[in-house]
Design a protein around this ligand. Sequence first.
Ligand code: NAD
Length: 427
Amino acid sequence: METIVKKGKERGMYENVLEQFEKAADLMDLDPGIRKILVNTNNEIVVHFPVKMDDGSIEVFTGYRVQHNNALGPYKGGLRYHPTVDIDAARALAIWMTWKTSLVGLPYGGGKGGIQLDPQKYSESELERITRRFTYALGDNIGPDLDIPAPDVNTNPQIMAWIADTFAGIKSPSVRQKNLHVVTGKPVGSGGLSGRDRATGFGVVVSIENWLKLKNESVSGKTFTVQGFGNVGYWASKFLVDKGAILIGVQDASTTIVSMDGMDPEELLSYSQSNNRNLKNYPAAATILDEDFFSIESDIMIPAALGNQITSINHGMIKAKLIAEGANGPISTIAEKHLLENGITIIPDILCNAGGVTGSYLEWLQNKRSENWKMEEVLERIEDKLSEAFRNVYKLAQAYDTDFRTAAYIAAIQRLEITYKERGVFP
Ligand code: NAD
């Protein structure tokens, strides 16, 4: 379970997502039948599959795909390659995807999955065989009109290309082309969307700007810290620094670094790329203890790594006025109560990082229409969708006198409630 447990106090991500749901459902007085439907996942697929390693030995891996709800459209959500992937993590992440796609008004439901493994331990060719065999094991449980995976932690466009190729490759040649959009986040040369790589980080910055606009402020001159310097952490940092914000602290899985003069995201990225994807021993900043990361004083803090990073143990260290959740589920429900009491605003994951799935939707649409869209057009559409969702969340937060997360849940659940009420429940 992706959690930090101290004497059984802290909850796992799955318990967190259910508690967040209950709070919103109570406040909006959700129909009890629909409540029962939404706390359950529709399908939970666990596959064990063998793969031949480079040295000729065989290893068996465990992969997951949880499909939470598809009332609004096909299941949609990432695949994660990480040792913390298990059924509870996949459930929590799938449920968040349902709320996210509903909140942003996409024709999707929520799914999530991955493989429990540390990708650093495998060669490129082993990762390719693991990915292809996992895709084969999932078989017809995924598909372009059924369940469409995308990149998440430790998965990237190359992995998406292998999935697309394997999935389409096991279909009849006559329908091969119709199956390549079984995944989004593909490389541009393989039907990927120009701008999908930066969509999540871009969306995080759009959300931060929407919040600052409420106070007639801009990001220029604001200091920020970022936890996780992968896809989301890098792109959010890059867009913010380009707009005049100052990156003063970064943490990745290997180290925690600070520089009050500010750091250049592009330099950090090129160092990380030449250093086995980590920032350890980065020369142009000071290294501090990992546990001191949250006490760096900044205006904005962006968690962009894993879930349950801000907990009952460390929430008191945070001095930022705004936490913009790039990661899914980075704050435990216990920590969130204290942060809100201390006047810290949280832009919740299902809104803040929804640029990624919005980009994925545009890629899927582009594939369905056999078109190629320009990056400016893509980013403009993402900005429109996220800003509209932000305005809706803000309105509901005021109407219900509640925090942004609960308001975002209410917006997401309202759309699902209407659908269930209109369609009824078969038979
Ligand atoms: P990534 O694999 O590209 O990067 C993950 C980063 O987190 C790496 O820098 C890694 O070193 C760091 N990290 C891992 N464990 C850490 C730890 N214990 N402490 C500090 N840093 C740690 O992953 P990503 O795609 O950027 O995803 C990051 C988060 O954003 C995840 O929670 C993911 O679910 C969420 N998210 C991603 C997307 C997307 O489009 N990629 C979309 C929405 C949400």
